[in-house]
Write a protein that binds this ligand. Structure first.
Ligand code: RIB
Length: 297
């Protein structure tokens, strides 16, 4: 069984479905409003756990009602929460999401997630032992930069591979990219990470490390000799793309930790992501091992 640690955000998603996005200064009527469990970190942890990995989450929630429910949800999904801290002075993280014709746009409010500072990362010997025993560690950009850097250095020290999903996008120096095993931007994040560079150029620069997700065009990486393009699985109707990237990253990590090649792991991740976009909300569409197997039998 794969053993995975996810360091990242744990948030509540406030989701509005609408026919279109409002113009500046305009008010429009939405179709529906719902509250869901989210946060890129928590989503990726749930994706890993549902696909059969022993999964632990490290992050922070507030001491509010939302925080209680966010922790209950992780426990319900069999994600260990021993490394999730509760922060008194800050509300739990929130994301305001607008879904128009299946595509989402998100405003993220970090709240307690921003308080997951480096010293909260490994507070006990046991937590450090868990890191050392992990097959892979996942992290995204909804966690403070200093915490991400400490995590990467600690993983490097103990030879634990890091999958860094640079979402939301921000510039990352070469020094840090060198230290991680995988970097998984989508197209938009790629442009922020490597302005003025072509995908081809960067894929060859970072073979077997840089994996770019391309939505309905699947994902690409370079095996050192050529660029490998793995198509997405066609779906009849896209309901909601929220969390598709998280599903991809979680599924990729599980497959890779179980010993599959990068190509096999990307294929597996594409399958999981294609199922996730056929249901609404980030975590709702994430498959269990059983329904993924049944669907692609
Ligand atoms: O990747 C999707 C997630 O990003 C949402 O669940 C939301 O919490 C946002 O931060």
């Amino acid at each position: 069984m794969a053993n995975i640690l996810v360091v990242g955000s744990i948030s509540t998603d406030l989701v509005v479905n609408a026919d279109r996005k409002p113009e500046i200064g305009e008010t429009i009527e939405g179709k529906e409003f719902q509250t869901f469990f989210g946060g890129k970190g928590a989503n990726q942890a749930v994706a890993c756990a549902r696909l059969g990995a022993q999964t632990a989450m490290a992050g922070a929630v507030g001491e509010d009602e939302f925080g209680i429910r966010l922790l209950e949800n992780l426990t319900y999904n069999q994600v260990s929460i021993d490394q999730v801290v509760r922060i008194k002075e800050h509300a739990s993280g929130t994301a305001l999401i607008t879904v128009v014709e299946g595509d989402n746009s998100i405003i993220y409010v970090a709240g307690a997630n921003r308080q997951f500072t480096p010293e909260k990362l490994f507070q006990t010997e046991e937590q450090l032992e868990r890191l050392k025993a992990s097959d892979i560690v996942l992290v995204q950009n909804e966690t403070p930069v200093k915490t991400i850097e400490k995590l990467i250095l600690t993983c490097q020290e103990y030879h634990v591979p890091v999958l860094y999903n640079p979402a939301p996008a921000r510039l990352i120096s070469e020094e840090w990219i060198e230290k991680v095993a995988f970097l998984t931007p989508n197209e938009t994040e790629f442009k922020v990470l490597f302005p003025d560079k072509t995908m081809e150029e960067m894929l060859f620069k970072y073979p077997s490390k840089l994996i770019i997700t391309l939505g309905e065009d699947g994902a690409v990486f370079c095996n050192g000799e050529k660029i490998i393009s793995i198509p997405a699985f066609p779906v009849e109707r896209i309901v909601d793309t929220t969390g598709a990237g998280d599903t991809f990253n979680g599924a990729f990590a599980v497959a890779y930790a179980e010993g599959k090649t990068i190509e096999e792991s990307v294929r597996y991740a594409n399958k999981a992501a294609s199922l996730s976009i056929q249901r609404s909300e980030a975590q709702n569409g994430m498959s269990t091992l059983e329904n993924l197997k049944a669907f692609f039998k």
